[in-house]
Design a protein around this ligand. Structure first.
Ligand code: NAD
Length: 390
């Protein structure tokens, strides 16, 4: 079929297999061209099909030659529907990895479910023995716990409503938005979904099955950002979940496996596109970071995480034991420029104050569109196999 983007709200309901493959190859080529530290060899990535999780998997495979098992929750093509981009990314990753002689297998299922954990652990025991790195990179709107209760996360403030600028991406209009406060129940549901409970369940299950090395490392991802985003993010319902994730890292470490939180840069991913206020901040940030020559995407961040922060001798951490990949984003000079542009930005001066084209380029590329060298008018086979799934 001929596959074109169909955008609804902040997601695209189609994905292009060739575009996804080319974007995965670009990430692999980036990592191949860098210097490499000595790193883990048997890696589990939970949430491995897009964004930071995919970039973590690519980095582990191509920096360290690691065997990777990825847990994804994606849809294959069916009828006249394309597969999800995570499906195509994973198919492409496995194809490249196998051609390069690397072990790569994927489990497609709900990472929150016990059956998925059991299945993955069986695979680890059979194929790898034990893992030495667990990357936990889930970003999900809901979670069903083992007792069958489904919790939904919200992106709201805590306490007071918050009004600030936002962008309507469809019409490219800047306007004010008031984000309402979450109820207590909504906050605790968000903590259930995006906090550390499921991360710890993975580590506990791996330990109970003797499927994790004693000196293994585990890492999960968080975000802090500047004041303008705090009521919405760091101090909002998602921030409460991230506080829980951080507290969980200390618990996991206290129980024997070194656990880290890496505070990453704000980037366009399927998840961040859904947060009010943040996409406008990201487009201004892109403008400033690109102008200053310090812009990074997921793969540059994950390359730096693994090769320069986690596995280049002792982990490089801040005073609270967190890894800071947001060091460039949070530089005072960068944030001063962002703050000034944020104050002045309007619908009329959007193109001079923000890198909206860069935002959209990254957004479309998440789904395999707008990738150089791909003929989007060509007939394309949407029914792509993931080698290890068949
Ligand atoms: P993403 O949407 O690009 O990727 C999330 C991944 O999780 C996808 O592969 C998705 O398929 C998978 N997933 C979701 N639910 C699942 C389930 N039930 N079972 C198995 N897989 C599932 O998101 P991202 O932006 O890369 O976020 C990953 C982590 O990084 C999150 O913790 C997020 O908060 C954090 N983070 C993101 C940013 C940012 O700006 N994007 C910044 C800092 C930290």
């Amino acid at each position: 079929m001929v596959i074109q983007p169909k955008v609804r709200g902040f997601i695209c309901t189609t994905a292009h297999p060739e575009g996804c493959k080319a974007a995965v190859k670009e990430q692999i080529d980036f990592v191949k061209a860098q210097k490499h530290a000595d790193g883990p060899q048997k890696v589990l990535v939970v949430g491995a099909s897009m964004g930071y999780g995919l970039a973590s998997r690519i980095t582990a495979a191509y920096s360290f030659g690691a065997a990777t098992i990825g847990v994804i929750f994606d849809k294959p093509a069916s009828g006249n529907k394309t597969a999800s981009s995570g499906w195509y990314n994973t198919a492409a990753f496995e194809e490249f990895a196998l051609a390069d002689g690397l072990y790569a297998k994927t489990v497609n299922g709900d990472a929150n479910a016990k059956e998925t954990k059991d299945f993955v652990i069986e695979m680890i025991k059979k194929d790898l023995g034990k893992v030495d790195l667990v990357v936990y990179s889930l970003a999900a709107p809901r979670r069903t716990t083992d007792d069958g209760v489904t919790y939904s996360s919200v992106l709201k403030t805590v306490g007071e409503p918050y009004t600030n600028k936002t962008i309507d991406l469809k019409n490219r209009v800047v306007s004010d938005i008031t984000v309402p406060p979450a109820t207590e129940e909504e906050v605790s549901a968000t903590v259930k979904v995006m906090g550390g409970e499921d991360w710890k369940s993975w580590i506990d299950a791996l330990k109970a099955a003797d499927a994790i090395e004693d000196n293994a490392v585990t890492v999960a991802y968080s975000y802090i950002g500047p004041d303008i985003t705090h009521p919405m993010y760091a101090d909002g319902s998602i921030g409460k979940a991230k506080d829980h994730l951080f507290a969980t890292s200390k618990e996991i470490t206290a129980e024997g496996i070194k656990a880290y939180i890496s505070v990453n840069k704000a980037l366009v991913t399927q998840s961040s596109a859904a947060i009010p206020i943040v996409p406008l901040y990201i487009s201004i940030l892109y403008k400033v970071m690109k102008a200053n020559g310090v812009h990074e995407g997921c793969i540059q961040q994950m390359y730096r995480l693994m090769n320069q922060k986690l596995f280049a001798g002792d982990a490089v951490v801040d005073e609270e034991n967190r890894i800071r990949l947001d060091d460039l984003e949070m530089q005072e000079s960068i944030q001063n420029e962002v703050r000034q542009l944020w104050q002045d930005i309007t619908t009329e001066n959007l193109s001079s104050h923000a890198d909206l084209d860069g935002y959209f380029k990254d957004f479309y590329q998440l789904f395999g569109f707008g990738v150089e060298g791909i003929d989007y008018s060509a007939d394309t086979n949407a029914d792509v196999r993931i080698p290890s799934i068949g």
